[in-house]
Design a protein around this ligand. Structure first.
Ligand code: SAH
Length: 489
């Protein structure tokens, strides 16, 4: 492959600042370190600006759709390359000043430079693009189509800050004997110390500050990934948004937490809402945060929280949606799409601690929940009892194994709700849905691409996707949650 040096005309983006552009006469029209002007024409699913120059694509971190920028080429491949944003020559009207001081370094948020309303439209469009490209679905309003899947505007938050009820962050050494806790810088394992995270519940920020301070005072060594030495690996703080109850989970390298009584005393003295201190043991030298063994050091094994009047017990290892305000919006939409009249038999697959199951049970005849994590199913059963909801049964196991067995045992379903992890539904589970022939399927998804892939399978099996509603569960990040409603043809 011959690389030609760009030898285009010199053009001024701003008076006195000459910028080179190039001719499109080669596959890779740029050389490393060359400066070029690009039009940012879109944004990738991970929030990178998609720049175009001379018919070539350059990904530009920090660029927003509609902008023009002078960039420096970092690396090129056959079809595309990467470039560093040097100067914006035309700014998007949707560009805002990121309110967080560490936005640039921290990998936690990706879109704090993007106006919230613009983010919501981008998220909707991201869902539309996936449905069309991967799901091969016709979307109403796209390309002049009147018919097709209706994709609603994303449901946003009135106040999109401080929404997270859970923080899980690595602990490291600051160099001066103090500890740092925070997210990893994007694409690295360097911890960016975080004292005040603007998308986090204040309680959780306080837990992290207190844990760092206590660990420092008690001379607890943070875990070092390279040497495998040290004690404290991660801290998880979880707060019930309605109850205000706090759980602290200390993930340790080794069974012993040195100076355990002092830990408990210090944490209790500093955190008024504290209800539970839990230790999780992880001795493996991997990226996985939690180990197999979890034990309560003080207080309860759960904290309680409430969603739309239903109470939930949440244990350390159970999945619980991180944005409670939007979770209520999401679950209400899922229940609306299920269109229950009081007699239906409903399966809730990937049910976690039974949150959606209990929302559904208020309107259904009988609900069956299935979930792979046994502790979550224990929580789910406890939650049904706690709310005196009796028309629901839960079973632990892989949904793709349990549901086919239910079918053999004669379980029928009028409605099936699924809420899988990012990788989407197991093919065997999709087959079982097709075999059970429910009238409706409600698909809750945290990943538009696997959603689109699975909708295609269901469409080919006799279902029509009627509507999709994106719900903004993770403002200022690129994550997009959505709920889809399908009807049997
Ligand atoms: N519906 C719940 C949980 C959704 S998260 C809520 O809204 O809170 C997805 C859940 O799927 C997690 O609890 C995870 O443990 C579970 N899971 C992952 N793989 C699974 C499988 N193969 N079968 C059943 N559950 C699974």
């Amino acid at each position: 492959m011959t690389r030609k040096q760009g030898r285009g005309a010199v053009r001024s983006a701003k008076p006195g600042k000459p910028v080179k552009t190039v001719k499109a006469d080669s596959d890779v029209p740029f050389q490393k370190n060359e400066e070029v002007t690009v039009d940012i024409v879109g944004m990738t699913h991970d929030g990178e600006g998609v720049g175009r120059a001379s018919g070539f694509t350059l990904f530009v971190h920090g660029g927003l759709p509609g902008e023009k920028a002078r960039v420096r080429v970092l690396k090129t491949k056959k079809q595309y390359g990467y470039a560093k944003l040097m100067e914006l020559t035309e700014e998007s009207p949707d560009r805002i000043k990121p309110p967080c001081d560490i936005f640039k370094e921290c990998g936690g948020c990706q879109l704090q430079h993007y106006d919230y309303e613009a983010q919501l439209s981008w998220k909707r469009q991201h869902v539309v693009d996936n449905l069309r490209r991967i799901g091969k679905l016709q979307v109403a309003g796209e390309d002049g189509a009147e018919e097709g899947v209706i994709v609603h505007s994303a449901i946003g938050m009135d106040d999109p800050w401080r929404y997270r009820n859970k923080a899980t962050v690595p602990i490291g050494a600051a160099g001066n004997g103090e500890l740092v806790a925070g997210f990893y810088a994007q694409g690295t394992h360097r911890i960016i110390d975080m004292d005040d995270c603007l998308i986090q519940h204040e309680h959780n920020d306080e837990v992290l500050r207190v844990v760092k301070k206590v660990a420092h005072e008690l001379r607890i060594q943070p875990y070092n990934e390279e040497t495998g030495q040290g004690v404290l690996r991660h801290v998880m703080a979880r707060t019930g948004a309605v109850s205000g109850e706090i759980m602290v989970v200390l993930v340790t390298n080794g069974k012993r937490l040195p100076r355990q009584p002092e830990w408990i005393e210090h944490l209790r003295a500093s955190l008024p809402g504290l209800k539970s201190i839990v230790q999780n043991i992880n001795e493996k030298n991997t990226n996985v945060i939690f180990g197999e063994e979890t034990r309560v050091l003080w207080g309860s094994d759960v904290i309680y929280d409430e969603l739309d009047g239903i109470r939930f017990a949440i244990s350390a290892r159970s999945f619980y949606q991180v944005n409670p305000v939007q979770t209520v919006a999401l679950y209400r939409k899922a229940v609306e799409y299920a269109a229950l009249t009081g007699s239906e038999r409903v399966i809730d697959a990937y049910c976690g601690i039974g949150t959606i199951s209990l929302f559904l049970a208020r309107k259904a005849g009988q609900v069956y929940g299935v979930e792979i994590v046994p502790e979550a199913i224990e929580d789910a059963k406890r939650n049904a009892e706690l709310n005196d909801i009796r028309n629901v049964t839960f079973e632990a196991g892989p949904a793709e194994v349990v549901m086919p067995r239910w079918r053999k045992e004669g379980v029928e379903a009028d409605v099936i709700v699924v809420d899988p992890p990012r990788k989407g539904c197991d093919p065997a589970l999709l087959d079982t849905i097709l075999a059970l022939k429910p009238e409706r399927v409600v698909y809750v998804s945290c990943n538009p691409s696997t959603l689109a892939r699975d909708l295609r399978v269901l469409e080919d099996g006799g279902y029509t996707t009627v509507e999709v509603t994106p719900v903004d569960m993770f403002p200022w990040t690129v994550h997009v949650e959505s709920v889809a409603w399908l009807e049997r043809r």
